[in-house]
Design a protein around this ligand. Structure first.
Ligand code: NAP
Length: 324
């Protein structure tokens, strides 16, 4: 599958990148969402993703207070990847911080990334900062002008906030490259809340996070609901809302159709979900599945290597629309 341009920038991304929230070293609040998988596994996951053709990685300061960035950099070094050979995206957490922190904390981001340039620096969420959104974006634009980051992005921004971010950056002579939001077969809100239309109009890439709805779209909890007991507490309790008997029953027809299509193409349900996501919205959307095991990273990359036919995509559309 061909690469896609990140917004209007000169960066080419594979339609699938690797989400790195799964790398936390068991630190901070992330440990209630994902288990610590250790550096050796992280390196194998990254190396499997690279072998499968994935050319970019999404991390964040919030994932283990910088530990995910460090583990990713260590893994890339272990795989012989030189700075600049792949794109690394990371995020600034606004919670309880002023815009001034953007300039103050960039040094630790760059240090943690061990020389890998920041291809995309995103404001992790629209709320929680002690400064206004325009002040945060002006601080981001300054980092760009100072050559500390290559491109600016946002995450969890509404259509209105996206317009505002785009305008403020344009006044600073900087392009808004991406908005990272949750999109998957069970969460298609971007189609009705204006985010998709706005992104298309402004030439902003949408980076789909939780593309497997936290694992629900792999069908593993439909096959054996007791597997939910092994999840870290926050994923077990919230489970994106689908881990109840009712949630699993409602989504069962979709998962059954995905299994059938997967069998016809020799792929898994996870790969059907990812392939739908990177084809349904055209070039506007790229996806960042998380992987805690090498086999999951291989499946993620493999989702770029086949094509669902139109009849399959229409059926998925029809079955998922009432659920989202
Ligand atoms: N910007 C934001 O606010 C935000 C929020 C959330 C996530 N993100 C980003 O998006 C990335 C992905 O989101 P996510 O981790 O929430 O959800 P996800 O990608 O939908 O689900 C990832 C989980 O699904 C399971 N999985 C993945 N591939 C599988 C396969 N082939 N077979 C069976 N199970 C599989 C794994 O669970 P186990 O580990 O339990 O095996 C994995 O940890 C994160 O890594 C992060 O970079 C961003």
């Amino acid at each position: 599958m061909e690469t896609r341009r990140l917004g209007l920038t000169d960066i080419e991304l594979t339609p699938i990148g690797l989400g790195c929230m799964q790398f936390t070293g068991g630190r901070s609040v992330a440990k209630y969402i994902v288990r610590d998988i250790g550096q050796d596994t992280v390196t194998t996951v990254v190396s499997t993703a690279l072998d499968g053709g994935i050319n970019w990685f999404d991390t964040a300061e919030m994932y283990g207070r910088g530990r995910s960035e460090q583990m990713l950099a260590t893994a890339l070094r272990g795989c012989g990847i030189a700075p600049g050979e792949v794109t690394v995206a990371t995020k600034w957490p606004p919670l309880g911080r002023t815009a001034g922190d953007i300039g103050r904390s960039i040094g630790s981001r760059l240090r943690h990334l061990g020389g890998h340039p920041i291809g995309l620096y995103q404001i992790h969420m629209a709320s929680g900062s002690l400064s206004s959104i325009p002040a945060q974006l002006r601080a981001m634009a300054k980092l760009h002008r100072d050559g500390k980051i290559r491109n600016v992005g946002v995450s969890n921004f509404s259509a209105r906030q996206l317009e505002l971010a785009h305008r403020v950056l344009a006044d600073e002579g900087v392009t808004l490259a991406a908005n990272q939001v949750r999109i998957n077969l069970l969460h298609r809100h971007v189609e009705r809340d204006g985010v998709l239309d706005t992104a298309r109009r402004l030439g902003v890439t949408l980076i789909a996070y939780s593309p497997l709805e936290g694992g629900i779209l792999t069908g593993r909890f439909h096959d054996d609901p007791t597997r939910a007991r092994d999840l870290p507490p926050m994923r077990r309790v919230f489970g994106h809302g689908w881990l109840t008997a009712k949630g699993l029953a409602r989504t069962a027809p979709l998962l059954a159709a995905m299994r059938e299509m997967g069998r016809a193409h020799g792929v898994s349900r996870a790969q059907v979900a990812l392939n739908w996501l990177i084809t349904h919205y055209g070039d506007t959307v790229v996806a960042i599945p998380g992987a805690s095991k090498p086999a999951q990273a291989a499946e993620a990359a493999g989702a770029m290597a086949f094509e669902l036919d139109k009849a399959d995509r229409d059926r998925l559309d029809e079955l998922s629309r009432p659920l989202t």
